[in-house]
Design a protein around this ligand. Structure first.
Ligand code: B12
Length: 299
């Protein structure tokens, strides 16, 4: 069974970019021994632990898990990292995540994220500093012709799967009375950003109904009638889907009049023109979850 030592050994090996075979050679043991350490089948003896601590340049205490965070650390944002101090190099984790995905290794990408989550990396960091950064980097790689659209699809799907896993492991805050329906503007396929926003609200205790892309306006109206959300969140990435957003918003206002839920809009389409949202008829605009939560608390 996996334990803190086995997890630390695997993380340190990956961070130092060794294969199991390379690490085995450096430590003078068989590759199966390393595999057994990482799977928790064998525990290294004192001499081997010291060798590893020296090789990875970390304290023996960290390797043994004696500097492991306690359960409150995630909330306080205090992280014990792979070097036994504050989590170093966490800013570059998105690059490792991306490298695994570009190699087609979704298993390693997923494991990297889950292991760091279990070590205390907050869900917000994983979403916005690993997934979001990796996805934006993918956009640049696609634009410069270095990757094909199928890779964009693959990475999007693995990210959505991993998001589900992280969210399932995260503690929910006390239930709040707020509720939100999230939808993209008509055929707008870019829906990961919206999903991230709704997942964060769910963790904050909101009741969320995530509908994704291609929802017919008539059906959205029915969803609002049934769910009676306090908020409808609409996401637009491509400017040419703005008209769909306008149409959606007008239909909601026409149908529900003064009892219409508040409508908030956001997404990449507003990055270069922050005033554009005013032409959509939405009640509010926000570029991220924190600002959105603040806006909701003020109202
Ligand atoms: C993944 C991706 C795809 C995936 C989408 C999968 C999915 N399920 O979402 C697929 C492969 C389907 C796709 C398709 C296309 N894509 Co694309 N795609 C991307 C990529 C790489 C990442 C998008 C993403 O998820 N970003 C990460 C999220 C977290 O960021 P975000 O969306 O901005 O969301 C954050 C905030 O904006 C905010 N937010 C978002 N919505 C909302 C809503 C509210 C209410 C609030 C408060 C906040 C909020 O919170 C989020 C978290 O911080 C981008 C590159 C980029 N720079 O973004 C290109 C990009 C968006 N795509 C682009 C293009 C051109 C296309 C295609 C035309 C061609 C293609 N590449 O396949 C098609 C068009 C599809 C369509 N009809 O809509 C261009 C758009 C250029 C433009 N602005 O016009 C980009 C920028 C790539 C590029 N560099 O050129 N794409």
């Amino acid at each position: 069974m996996k334990n803190i030592i086995s997890i630390n050994i695997k993380n340190l090996r990956k961070l130092n970019k060794y294969t199991q075979k390379q690490l085995a050679e450096l430590l003078g043991v068989a590759q199966t021994t390393i595999a057994n350490y990482e799977n928790g089948i064998r525990i290294p003896d004192a001499e081997m632990l010291q060798k590893m601590a020296d090789l990875f340049d970390i304290s023996l205490d960290y390797l043994l898990g004696r500097e492991e965070r306690d359960s409150n650390m995630r909330d306080e944002g205090q992280l014990i990292g792979v070097y036994g101090t504050e989590l170093e190099n966490k800013e570059n984790l998105y690059k490792d995540y991306l490298t695994f995905l570009l190699e087609g290794n979704s298993k390693a990408a997923r494991e990297l994220v889950i292991e760091y989550f279990e070590k205390g990396l907050p869900m917000g960091f994983i979403y916005f500093d690993i997934f979001e950064k990796a996805l934006k980097e993918i956009g640049s790689l696609w634009e410069s012709g270095k990757i094909d659209v199928w890779q964009e699809h693959f990475i999007s799907e693995v990210t959505l799967d991993t998001m589900r896993e992280v969210k399932a492991r995260e503690k929910r805050k006390k239930h709040k009375s707020h509720s939100v329906i999230g939808v993209t503007a008509g055929p707008e396929q870019h829906n990961i950003g919206l999903k991230m926003v709704l997942d964060m609200l769910e963790i904050e205790g909101w009741n969320t109904v995530y509908l994704g892309s291609n929802v017919p306006v008539g059906s959205l109206i029915k969803a609002i009638d049934t769910e009676k959300p306090s908020l409808v969140a609409i996401s637009v990435t491509m400017e040419y889907h703005m008209e769909s957003a306008r149409f959606m918003i007008q239909a909601i206002k026409d149908k529900f009049k003064e009892s219409a839920p508040k409508i908030i809009i956001g997404g990449g389409a507003f990055n270069n023109n922050p005033k554009l949202w005013k032409t959509t008829g939405a009640d509010e605009f926000s570029s991220n979850t924190d600002d959105m939560l603040e806006l909701m608390e003020e109202s």
